[in-house]
Design a protein around this ligand. Structure first.
Ligand code: UDP
Length: 240
């Protein structure tokens, strides 16, 4: 049974990382198709003004807190989020779990060359992992049918979509049924990190809940998006 808490209207599952991995395994085996979203506070703020995104988050099968801000905000609710469950770490744990199983994965997103480099790195890191296809995330409407066909032909069980939010959530919602994938996860810039092109924050930053700060100083172009963080905090405090 899902135990959900709402943060500014977005329903978050309150799973630990271990429970979230367990849910993915259940999704893979139950014969259905499932959407997993990994919103951070910036995306929660985006959903305040983007009705379609909010509806997709509400219709998803698992919504996990990618940012520490979401965990903090849930402290003001009756049901609290136990821990941060970053999308990147979820994928890593799932890879580790399925590397000796028959489940297959497809990487869709990122600049040309990134998804394939990420796939190579991950198959090396998790020996036995079956990544059956990759496609970069830059395309136009005319390419879409071919992309979907390629994913379908690959018979991937898990489709990771890294187009940035909210593009990836909308793409998954509109197209998942044509791909045949059992689990679709919006993974943001995860392929950049998997490929080694972008460094994840050192552990100490994550531990202190300062991964956002690390990203800000290493990718200053994110400043505009990050201006949503104080707005998020103020809105949470105002609503409580
Ligand atoms: N991206 C893409 N297609 C697009 C726009 C973006 O594949 O049309 C990719 C981009 O190359 C990057 C990812 O989407 O790998 C977005 O990364 P970001 O760190 O902004 O994502 P976040 O996790 O913050 O949503």
């Amino acid at each position: 049974m899902r135990k959900i808490t709402h943060v500014l209207g977005v329903p978050f599952d309150t799973y630990t990382m271990k429970e979230a991995v367990g849910r993915v395994m259940t999704f893979l085996g139950d014969g259905g198709q499932h959407i997993i979203c990994t919103p951070n506070p910036e995306i929660v703020m985006e959903a305040q003004n983007d009705k379609e995104l909010m509806e997709i988050l509400k219709a998803s099968d698992m919504v996990i807190p990618d940012g520490i801000g979401v965990v903090w905000a849930s402290k003001y609710s009756e049901i609290k989020i136990k821990e941060r469950v970053p999308g990147y770490d979820l994928t890593q744990n799932v890879f580790d779990k399925i590397k000796d199983m028959d489940y297959t994965v497809y990487f869709f997103g990122g600049a040309p060359g990134i998804a394939s480099a990420a796939a190579k790195k991950m198959m090396h890191k998790y020996e036995g992992l079956k990544i059956v296809g990759t496609r970069n995330g830059y395309f136009n409407k005319n390419d879409e049918a071919k992309i979907i066909d390629d994913i379908k032909k690959s018979k991937a069980d898990i489709l990771l979509v890294g187009l940035g939010a909210p593009k990836q959530e909308k793409w998954i919602y509109d197209n998942m049924r044509f791909t045949g994938a059992k689990v679709c996860i919006g993974v943001g810039g995860s392929f950049d990190v998997m490929s080694g092109n972008v460094k994840r924050a050192p552990k100490i930053f994550c531990k202190l809940g300062l991964e956002w700060f690390y990203r800000l100083i290493t990718q200053p172009t994110r400043i505009k998006r990050m201006m949503r963080l104080p707005k998020f905090a103020l809105k949470v405090l105002k609503e409580k």
